[in-house]
Design a protein around this ligand. Sequence first.
Ligand SMILES: *[C@@H]1O[C@H](CO)[C@@H](O)[C@H](O)[C@H]1NC(C)=O
Ligand SMILES: *[C@@H]1O[C@H](CO)[C@@H](O)[C@H](O)[C@H]1NC(C)=O
Ligand SMILES: *[C@@H]1O[C@H](CO)[C@@H](O)[C@H](O)[C@H]1NC(C)=O
Ligand SMILES: *[C@@H]1O[C@H](CO)[C@@H](O)[C@H](O)[C@H]1NC(C)=O
Length: 282
Amino acid sequence: MTIKRVLTLALAAAAANFFSPVLAEELATCGQATYYPTEYTCHNDKTLCPTQYSLPTKPCAGSGGCYPPEQFSCGEDGVLRTLPSATSPFTLTVWGVRSAYRNQTVRACGGYLAIGANARQCHACTAAGGTNCGVYRNQTVFLTDGRMASAVPGHQYWYINPRDGLLAYTPALAPSALPPAANSTQVGWNATTPITYPTVPNQEFAGLNVKIHENGFFVWDKEGAMSHWWFACLVTLPGGGVSTARSWRIYAPVIPDKRDCELVKIVAKAQVDERAGVYKYV
Ligand SMILES: *[C@@H]1O[C@H](CO)[C@@H](O)[C@H](O)[C@H]1NC(C)=O
Ligand SMILES: *[C@@H]1O[C@H](CO)[C@@H](O)[C@H](O)[C@H]1NC(C)=O
Ligand SMILES: *[C@@H]1O[C@H](CO)[C@@H](O)[C@H](O)[C@H]1NC(C)=O
Ligand SMILES: *[C@@H]1O[C@H](CO)[C@@H](O)[C@H](O)[C@H]1NC(C)=O
């Protein structure tokens, strides 16, 4: 099965639970047209642009269409240009239809990157060895070179697990840790590096990597087939129950038929101070 086929199936599967009817919403008018404000934004009483994943799109004069400002800028010439790659530390925010996770900041805890009321931010610092713990803070900050903004020797990396697409981060690695591709159990750990996974049985997962637009989408790239969307998957308790304070883990759509998942987009908020991070994410 090619990756294109996998993605098509994923979209179809996810779309099935994704669209639900808008109940009792008032119609608004835009020029001669009527629209639901949760679905469109009216620009200059003239142009309707659709809301996608709860993010409004904008008209680009001259191009005739609407565009997501998290992916493109619209030039005076009416030409859309892809946003530049991020160069500064960033946080991640998730956008989707469900209000429980709309505009939710991604937090690191227990090796997972998750969102929702029950998604904790877990970090530690011990003053042993003269570490000044007072200079570290508590946000989940990512660096564009693949590391987490933690100060522990050997570094921590965010990565996509090539087997199931899970967005995760490593524990503090030994300072002498081998480069990513050399260790078949931690192959993914610099997610900004395109690598192949010769030891992973399913070759379809080869070459995962992530692109980060400056104040724009956090994009998963599979052999040039960019995916601008991710899955937010509800964490269930052992036995299958769901806690009232919910959390969702985030997956790249490498497996199309994930249960209890919904489509989301992830936006990287740039120009975050690296020192807003922690000593060590645990
Ligand atoms: C998203 O959350 C941030 C910080 O909590 C807030 O400043 C911003 O206005 C929110 N954006 C929207 C569109 O709700
Ligand atoms: C970070 O620390 C501040 C101040 O102690 C606290 O208000 C905030 O909730 C913490 N944030 C996280 C994500 O733990
Ligand atoms: C991660 O990979 C990128 C792209 O190959 C590279 O520029 C960056 O230095 C790597 N990060 C680390 C910490 O080695
Ligand atoms: C690969 O990573 C695993 C898990 O962190 C570790 O136990 C193992 O020693 C590493 N192997 C090599 C060859 O570095």
